[in-house]
Design a protein around this ligand. Structure first.
Ligand SMILES: NC(=O)C1=CN([C@@H]2O[C@H](COP(=O)(O)OP(=O)(O)OC[C@H]3O[C@@H](n4cnc5c(N)ncnc54)[C@H](O)[C@@H]3O)[C@@H](O)[C@H]2O)[C@H](O)CC1
Ligand SMILES: [K+]
Length: 290
């Protein structure tokens, strides 16, 4: 009797040991790689994430890159980067909407920050490329004297710069305007959209099928990470990511939007160190179609 009970206890102990062994092995072989991959993806999301073959940089990394580029070690100035950014957007306009003898108007809508500054620079280059650009600049920042200097340069090139109360909507006419450059807000936009920009976006949204939009860095009203968060939201025909595409570019529909990267101011080694794609720009081109 007692030997039968002993063997039952023995069997129970063996079964418990087997179950414990099974659990331990499944943790080692199944869960550890899973946990590792989750950890890795969390870490990489913090810096750059690999979406299909295109690498996008998070807003956090984009800000860090900007700081480094304009920091004491590298020594770029904002003005230099803006000049190259504006030039690359002008090149994208030229590639997608070449000026015709009868139609060479481009409306540039500029916001109060650096995205707006890119637009002011772009307008000057478009004039040199043979377009008739007009800038609508409703809220002018006095943050630095530089924006004022960009406006003076546009005066010098005979490019009209309209203020808030002037009639800008007359340029939303496909018979005279090839495209609208959206240089209102870039990666520092925080919803909700305030006036007068909410009304401007409504007007641009209403005509975007007939007067295509070229978005500078981020379409206005899109969140740099989450994409289109505002309603209505702009769907640009041309999207020019500066330095590197941000996560919102995963919301691009390739059937509706042509995507370029521009702002060619990064050496290959720098891109490699920060783990994002080393874009293979050709020759003297300032943009690369993705
Ligand atoms: N290295 C690069 O990639 C470079 C990018 N550049 C461009 O700079 C912008 C980012 O510029 P920043 O000045 O930081 O911000 P924004 O222009 O996006 O906007 C700031 C501006 O907007 C106002 N604002 C924010 N949210 C709202 C809102 N909901 N309603 C109304 N107004 C709003 C805010 O108060 C500020 O006045 C980047 O995207 C690139 O395009 C540079 O050219 C340098 C190189
Ligand atoms: K924009």
């Amino acid at each position: 009797m007692s030997s039968r009970r002993g063997s039952r206890v023995y069997n129970c102990v063996v079964v418990v040991i087997c179950i414990a062994l099974f659990i331990r092995l499944s943790v080692i072989f199944c869960w550890t790689p899973y946990c590792k991959s989750v950890l890795q993806s969390t870490l990489s999301n913090d810096h750059s994430s690999n979406m299909s073959s295109l690498r996008v940089v998070s807003s956090k990394l984009a800000a860090q890159i900007d700081q480094e580029l304009m920091g004491p070690k590298i020594g770029f100035t904002l003005q230099q980067l803006m000049e190259l950014a504006g030039l690359s957007v002008a090149e994208a306009v030229q590639r997608e909407f070449p000026p015709a003898a009868t139609r060479k108007g481009v409306l540039i809508v500029a916001g109060p920050g650096n995205n707006g500054g890119d637009g002011l620079v772009c307008a000057r280059h478009l004039k040199l490329f043979g377009y008739d650009p007009v800038v609508y600049y409703p809220k002018r920042s006095s943050r630095t004297e530089f924006y004022g200097q960009l406006v003076k340069q546009l005066d010098f090139f005979n490019v009209p710069v309209l203020s808030e109360t002037e009639n800008w909507t007359q340029y939303l006419n496909p018979d005279r305007t090839l495209c609208v450059v959206d240089a209102i807000f870039g990666f520092s936009f925080k919803p909700p959209m305030r006036e007068p920009f909410a009304e401007i976006i409504k007007r641009l949204h209403a005509v975007q099928e007939s007067v295509p939009i070229v978005a500078v860095d981020i379409p206005t009203g899109w969140d740099v990470d989450a994409g289109p968060v505002e309603k209505p939201h702009l769907t640009p025909k041309v999207f020019v990511s500066l330095t590197a595409p941000k996560p919102c570019t995963n919301h691009i529909d390739p059937a509706k939007t042509v995507h370029y990267v521009g702002g060619r101011f990064i050496p290959q080694e720098f891109a490699q160190q920060h783990g994002f794609e080393q874009f293979d720009y050709k020759g003297v081109n300032q943009i690369l179609k993705l």
